[in-house]
Design a protein around this ligand. Structure first.
Ligand code: MEV
Length: 440
């Protein structure tokens, strides 16, 4: 591989030139160039949209766009769009959705949708006076923010609270102006960040005009939303009489299944190693819906894991309760989603996903994504506590193995049949293919 040089002005190069430059890093530059080209979208308008989403885009990176049917959520059936690279996620979600659909489905609710952000600043003036003047300062900030808030207020959102937090105990002169927002059906990141930057300007102007302070008393550091949305919560549960759990674990008595399942959740409530994987299983479902609807899965992930650690110990986001023969499995997590703005209206498939879901509002989408999370979590725990995860996983992985081994359609079909009742492993499939080829 040729040694790479520091490049100046790379981002300003036309795309074809970027491709040429990058393809020179490959053993076969022509093949690389061809590969980049082969993933271009044939529709020039769509291609332009996709290119415009990020910087230095060479081509597109397709992932499977799947659907999971039979999600019964609050009495309504949904076909869920899911985007994921993990082969078993959609199958697991679909299985769990169908399973719970026969038992009343998922019950979901959104308790709160407050978002928040902070202006982090240093203040070296008279802090007591600043605190005493908070009501006037708040009025001034709200007045200053009117133009930025106008549109959001028309949609039912806006600035819901302002509070001054004294953090001088942790860092000298460090304060925060903490702002709470409602962002209607938007995720609201840009809105919140714009407001926070305006809050900074408003504070600066207020302090400059006031005889009690000097402009140099105030040093704004950062104006940024927090992805930790502990007041933007969605809860979803699935429940049934314990006797109805038959079918979840063929060959296992229902109470035995429920006992083992509950223990699995308890372990994830107490052990960080297990809790991380357990929550990853929840995020398998959540992220797939979040991605398919053009939302920010990193924000959702960050909030989910911070919330899982809110007690000081990282724990499972889901819970199980078994009382008077009632089995209830539930999930509570923060989730800041949007169904307008951002990528939702720009990416053609994000827009299609929202249409498939019946144009949900943000609250509805939170309930849908959380249901996918609970479904995947249920399916994973059911496998783990019964057959083990690898049987199902490897069966789903079989297509990938066949592809890697270069099996043709007939060979693949024969191998699939062969492994219908056998344990799949890469080696076993490779051996089977070899034998098949040897025997003609
Ligand atoms: C794999 O993507 C997810 C699981 O590991 C989740 C879990 O262990 O609960 C199966």
């Amino acid at each position: 591989m040729p040694e790479q040089k520091i490049l100046k002005g790379f981002s300003r190069l036309p795309r074809q030139q970027k491709r040429l430059l990058v393809s020179a890093l490959f053993g076969d530059p022509d093949a690389a160039l061809k590969k980049f080209g082969s993933f271009d979208h044939p529709d020039a308008a769509v291609s332009a949209v996709l290119q415009g989403i990020s910087e230095n885009t060479l081509t597109n990176y397709p992932l499977p766009y799947s659907v999971a049917p039979n999600f019964l959520i609050n009495g309504k059936v949904y076909m869920l769009p899911m985007v994921t690279e993990e082969s078993s996620v959609v199958a697991a979600a679909s299985w769990a959705a169908g399973y719970w659909a026969g038992k009343g489905g998922f019950k979901a609710r959104v308790s709160e949708t407050k978002k928040n952000g902070q202006l982090h600043f240093l203040f070296t003036g008279n802090a007591a006076k600043l605190k005493a003047q908070l009501p006037q300062l708040e009025d001034y900030i709200r007045w200053h923010l009117r133009p930025v808030l106008a549109n959001m207020e028309k949609r039912g959102g806006g600035l819901s609270s302002l509070a001054l937090a004294d953090r001088t105990g942790v860092i000298d002169h460090y304060f925060q102006m903490q702002a709470g927002f409602h962002t209607a059906d938007a995720m609201g990141a840009n809105f919140i960040n714009s407001c926070l930057e305006e809050i900074s300007l408003a504070m600066q102007a207020y302090l400059e005009q006031s005889p009690d302070f000097r402009a140099q008393d105030f040093e704004p550091l950062m104006a940024i939303l927090s992805n930790y949305n502990e007041d933007c919560l969605v809860e979803v549960s699935a429940s049934c009489d314990i006797r109805e759990l038959e079918g979840a674990a063929p060959g296992m008595e229902v109470r035995e299944f429920a006992r083992r399942f509950a223990l699995a959740v308890k372990i994830a409530e107490t052990d960080v190693h297990r809790a991380t994987t357990h929550n990853k299983g929840i995020m398998n479902g959540v992220d797939a819906v979040v991605l398919a609807t053009g939302n920010d899965f990193r924000a959702i992930e960050a909030a989910a894991h911070a919330y899982a650690a809110r007690s000081g110990q990282y724990r499972s986001l889901s819970r199980v309760s078994i009382h008077s023969d009632r089995f209830e499995f539930s999930l509570l997590m923060p989730m800041s989603l949007g169904t307008v703005g951002g990528l939702t209206g720009i990416h053609p498939l994000a827009a299609a996903s929202l249409e498939m879901l019946g144009h949900p509002g943000a609250r509805q989408l939170m309930m849908i994504a959380a249901s996918a999370g609970l479904a995947n979590n249920f399916a994973a725990l059911r496998s783990l506590t019964t057959t083990g995860i690898q049987t199902g996983h490897m069966r789903m992985h079989l297509s990938n193995i066949l592809m890697q081994l270069g099996a043709g359609p007939d060979e693949s079909e024969q191998i699939r049949q062969h492994f219908a009742d056998k344990k799949v492993s890469h080696q076993a499939v490779a051996d089977c293919l070899k034998k098949l080829r040897e025997t003609g």
